[in-house]
Ligand binder design. Structure first.
Ligand SMILES: Nc1nc2[nH]cc(C(=O)O)c2c(=O)[nH]1
Ligand code: SF4
Ligand SMILES: [Mg+2]
Length: 238
């Protein structure tokens, strides 16, 4: 292929690290390496990765340098872990580069999970590349800094459900928020729902799980956690 057909795509990357496990969602505990893409289209106040997007507090020229997709691919394929988690920020903002990256990883036989806030519909090409989508729509408390129409995009949520490769993950800090989860489940026929507590401190996660466990079980959801927080607290790169 000529370079015209296949541009040398680059991605703005916040960090990449291996030697850890998937800490959230259905693959919790699976050995994984991570590529954290920069930039986000939302502005959640409890965000634990503001350095990926908040240019008022961080210098994104330093925090979010460009890297070539081939270089990222070479790095990921050099890691021993079979599972590559692409997170952010919001990875779907950089759709073209993301798609090339996922294609390369899948062609090399890697399992790929994309962590997303569910507001940007995946393209056909991205879905065809074969990642799983861990979709985490923001509830009213977590997304209080935004109007509902910004944090919940009906068309995008439907598009994720239609892929058949999406699982849904909600961060909850008050049991009352489970009613919001149930309303979204009904409105969009969401499948494979896990509910996890909010927090960057192991004690807070554990206490939250103890509170949520009976309520989440009653509703038939999966009790999620943040395993990396339980193990390593707020340490970056885990
Ligand atoms: N170990 C580990 N698992 C994770 N799962 C989702 C993460 C994220 O930041 O999106 C994350 C993370 O930052 N670390
Ligand atoms: S969607 Fe995620 S990365 Fe973006 S601001 Fe909210 S919590 Fe942070
Ligand atoms: Mg995280």
């Amino acid at each position: 292929m000529s370079t015209l057909q296949r541009p040398r795509l680059r991605l703005r990357v916040s960090e990449k690290f291996g030697g850890t496990v998937q800490g959230e969602g259905p693959s919790t505990g699976v050995p994984a390496c991570f590529i954290r893409l920069a930039l986000c289209n939302l502005v959640c106040s409890p965000c634990d990765t503001p350095y990926t997007w908040d240019h008022t507090r961080y210098d994104l020229r330093k925090e979010a340098p460009y890297q070539r997709v081939e270089e990222l691919l070479a790095w990921a394929l050099d890691q021993p872990e079979d599972l590559v988690v692409i997170t952010g920020g919001e990875p779907l903002i950089q759709l073209a580069g993301l798609t090339e990256l996922v294609k390369g990883l899948r062609a090399a036989g890697r399992a790929v999970e994309i962590e997303t806030n569910g507001t940007i519909a995946p393209s056909e090409a991205l879905v065809a590349a074969g990642p799983y989508f861990n979709v985490s729509p923001k509830l009213s408390r977590f997304g209080a800094a935004m109007v509902e129409t910004r944090r919940l995009r009906p068309d995008a949520l439907r598009a994720f459900v239609t892929t058949g490769r999406a699982r849904f993950k909600f961060v909850v800090s008050d049991p009352a928020e489970l009613a919001e989860v149930a309303a979204l489940e009904a409105a969009y026929a969401l499948n494979d729902i896990s509910v996890m507590p909010e927090g960057t401190d192991p004690e807070v996660i554990l206490t939250g799980m103890r509170t949520l466990e009976p309520l989440v079980r009653e509703r038939g959801y999966r009790l999620g956690t943040r395993l990396h927080v339980l193990l390593w607290g707020d340490e970056r790169g885990r």
